[in-house]
Design a protein around this ligand. Structure first.
Ligand SMILES: C[S@@+](CC[C@H](N)C(=O)[O-])C[C@H]1O[C@@H](n2cnc3c(N)ncnc32)[C@H](O)[C@@H]1O
Length: 453
């Protein structure tokens, strides 16, 4: 995993359909950026990349992942013309308290031509990473679905299209000047002639009423009914445990999840669960390079797939790593861990101020955080009765080696009504001379401190 920038080359697009735009250009060779591992959570080879995804894809291509990815899901910005704000809720018991933050989770305002070139370059690099029998799901909506389909036809070939999936989410919001817009489009393409499709894993189970119809049993123990829907006498056997999944999926938006994560575009886990079950096997490698709150990685982790996720926004990396730590612990036995890499010149999260006091008593060391000021909530954090109401997590690496942060103490209460403890005791024998500590706040600011003990 080299550190000097150098180019990697890409194959030309595979298809013939051509969409053009002002400034359309074949992608130049990608420059492989330097990358450093900054954090490691448990043992395992899953990777969370913090950085611009084109650079991250170049890095993956240069580091042995060409044609190695079995499944790609991407949920890029839709060109919604808005910059999505992160909503900040204070932690702690009592009623929900909101505080304003002038921060955006990510920008989604695009010039059309720039958007198409942006997607074109990334799709070409993604095709290069996809295994010969791999699949790619591209999530979009009515704003860009028609253009993105042409791009997919050009990059992958029109004959590689398997499905245009409609994700229908009947919920909230009313459009009085047109029909209510309540679906997204997910384009599913393959790389080659063969692909994974686990038909049985996504069957729609029969309802009791449907099963009740198959009330006759033949001499081989198979159930059937002998009238078809038109009333004709035909033997119809119950051969599977359900009906093959349709390309229209009704899955509710998980508004509570998006609100709790503070990530308004978070997709429901059920959506990613279905995609991963359908198009990969345990142990396969799943990639999402617009990872956001990390839904794809969390679903992959739960389904025992390996994963690589990337996002340019440090707030996304914070939320995704927190969810992934929970997903690892939730699994019995705890599933394999991941490392976080910073790609190229990705900007770290805004840094705040922290005051830590270390005291010794016999062979015990107590680390107490006395105050924290968020870089994004400076005024608000000064007037809070308890500094912990703006803290999402505190992570401590008692044996910090000066390069990779390996948190052994993770204080990240799941429920919003709970606060971090703020005081931690370890035995002297468990610590090295320097201890590292990272505090992440509800607005996406953080502080990193190395303390001598
Ligand atoms: C629609 S959100 C993805 C939401 C995600 N599916 C989830 O469930 O949380 C799109 C994400 O793409 C990220 N993004 C946009 N442009 C990017 C780029 N060039 N490189 C990496 N990430 C990017 C944004 O920061 C944002 O988190």
């Amino acid at each position: 995993m080299g550190t000097t920038p150098h180019p990697v080359y890409l194959s030309p697009p595979a298809g013939r359909a051509l969409l053009t735009w002002n400034g359309k250009q074949p992608p130049p060779p990608l420059i492989v950026p330097p990358a450093i591992e900054i954090e490691r959570c448990g043992a395992g080879d899953q990777i969370l990349l913090h950085g611009e995804n084109l650079a991250a894809l170049a890095w993956l291509l240069a580091n042995g992942y060409r044609r190695q990815i079995n499944l790609i899901y991407i949920d890029p910005p839709f060109g919604a013309g808005i910059d999505r704000a992160r909503r900040i809720r204070l932690r702690g018991p009592g009623p929900t308290r909101l505080i304003p933050v002038a921060d955006v989770a990510y920008r989604d305002t695009w010039d059309d031509d720039a958007y198409l070139q942006f997607m074109y370059e990334r799709l070409i690099a993604l095709r290069e990473l996809l295994a010969e029998d791999g699949c790619i799901y591209l999530h979009c909506d009515f704003r860009k679905a028609h253009h993105l389909r042409c791009l997919m036809d050009e990059v992958f070939g029109a004959e590689r299209m398997l499905n245009e999936i409609v994700w229908f989410y009947p919920r909230g919001g009313d459009g009085e000047r047109q029909f209510n817009r309540k679906h997204d489009t997910i384009l599913l393409y393959t790389r080659g002639d063969h692909w994974t499709f686990n038909y049985d894993a996504v069957l729609i189970p029969y309802t009791r009423r449907q099963i009740a119809r198959f009330r006759h049993e033949d001499e081989r123990g198979r159930y059937y009914w002998n009238v078809n829907p038109r009333g004709e006498r035909v033997k119809t056997y119950l051969r599977k445990s359900g009906i093959g999944a349709y390309d229209v999926w009704t899955i509710p938006i998980d508004a509570a999840l998006a609100r709790d994560l503070g990530y308004p575009t978070a997709k429901p886990l059920a959506l990613l669960d279905r995609i991963i079950r359908a198009s990969s096997r345990p142990g396969d490698l799943v990639l999402d390079c617009f990872a956001g709150s990390g839904t794809t990685a969390v679903a992959a982790q739960r389904l025992e797939r390996r994963w690589i996720a990337c996002d340019v926004n440090p707030g996304a990396i914070q939320v995704a790593s927190r969810r992934l730590r929970y997903a690892i612990l939730d699994h019995t036995p705890p599933s394999s861990g991941f490392s976080v890499w910073r790609i190229g010149d990705a900007a770290p999260a805004p840094q705040g101020d922290i005051h830590v006091r270390v005291t010794h008593h016999n062979d015990r060391v107590t680390i107490a955080i006395e105050a924290y000021t968020s870089p994004l909530l400076a005024d608000a954090s000064r007037t809070l009765p308890d500094w912990r109401s703006i803290i999402d997590e505190i992570l401590i690496d008692p044996g910090y080696d000066g390069t990779v942060f390996r948190p052994a103490i993770v204080d990240a209460p799941l429920r919003r009504s709970m606060l971090v403890r703020g005081v931690y005791t370890i035995t002297r024998a468990d610590a090295s001379d320097a201890l590292a500590l990272r505090v992440v706040d509800v607005a996406g600011g953080e502080a990193f401190a190395v303390v001598s003990i």
